[in-house]
Design a protein around this ligand. Structure first.
Ligand SMILES: Cc1cc2nc3c(=O)[nH]c(=O)nc-3n(C[C@H](O)[C@H](O)[C@H](O)COP(=O)(O)OP(=O)(O)OC[C@H]3O[C@@H](n4cnc5c(N)ncnc54)[C@H](O)[C@@H]3O)c2cc1C
Length: 226
């Protein structure tokens, strides 16, 4: 029987199946957490508040409320008390997905800046900015492909996934700011693609483990490596 509320859930109300991490034992911290698969139609499961966000408005984010939701033991994902292991594994591959999200936003910013410069004129300052933007995106893309390649071959990829997430999302933030700078007042107009990409990029540095947390993961992997 699951009870509780989880806030900031991506695609809340649209998902058909939720992966829920719940405390199932008295053990301290991570040791007392178990993972469950809970279908969206389960009695007692409902959407709470849906939030207004500064960006990513193509995807709703809100609360998921569980009131006496009965879940059969067959829906347990992994062993009892091993939910933290499931979560960490899901986050590793999820971080490759967020890298892709960052790359998409970053590439769109580069493409829009290019079109603007081609159609509307540019100076050498714009050229240098565009060159740096495109170079950052290419390097980020290679990191993401490396992490995806390791993952698809069943090789360890925790550090590479964190590096890809960190670099792709920091790149998305930086190049969307740069693209808006090139666009000038047109970019700053509400509703322009430049300002939208900048607002969308910010959440990527926060979720699936903030970028500070990625640095903790990367440093831990480096320091503890045999
Ligand atoms: C749009 C959006 C969608 C989301 N979707 C989901 C979802 O579907 N499912 C889900 O479970 N969660 C989701 N989240 C939540 C998200 O995973 C958390 O917001 C994120 O992990 C950061 O945690 P927090 O907000 O509690 O920040 P906090 O942990 O309170 O951290 C606040 C700040 O302090 C920094 N910080 C914290 N600890 C340290 C440290 N030890 N060293 C250095 N800096 C530190 C963080 O990096 C951050 O910048 C979503 C969030 C957003 C914004």
């Amino acid at each position: 029987m699951l009870n509780g509320t989880k806030t900031f859930i991506t695609n809340v109300g649209h998902a058909g199946l939720y992966v829920i991490f719940a405390r199932t034992g008295p053990d301290e911290r991570a040791a007392g957490v178990t993972s469950f698969l809970v279908p969206a139609g389960s009695p007692g499961l409902r959407v709470g508040q849906v939030f207004d966000k500064m960006g990513l408005n193509g995807s709703p984010t809100g609360e998921l409320v569980l009131e006496d939701v009965e879940v059969p033991a067959a829906n347990r994902l992994g062993a009892e008390g091993k939910g933290f292991v499931v979560a960490m594994r899901a986050l590793d591959s999820g971080r490759i997905g967020i890298s892709g999200q960052g790359l998409g936003i970053a590439q769109a910013a580069v493409d829009e800046a290019r079109t603007l410069m081609r159609d509307g004129g540019h100076d050498q300052g714009d050229d240098f900015t565009l060159a740096d933007m495109a170079t950052r995106v290419e390097s980020a893309r290679l990191l993401a492909y490396q992490a995806a390649w390791l993952c698809s071959r069943g090789r360890p990829f925790t550090r590479q996934a964190s590096m890809a997430k960190l670099h792709c999302t920091d790149t998305a933030m930086q190049v969307t700011i740069d693209a808006l700078q090139i666009a000038g007042e047109e970019g700053a107009r509400a509703g322009s693609p430049f300002e939208r990409h900048m607002r969308d990029a910010k959440a990527l540095q926060i979720y699936e483990g903030s970028n500070q947390v990625q640095r903790i993961v990367i440093a831990r992997e480096l320091v503890n490596a045999g």
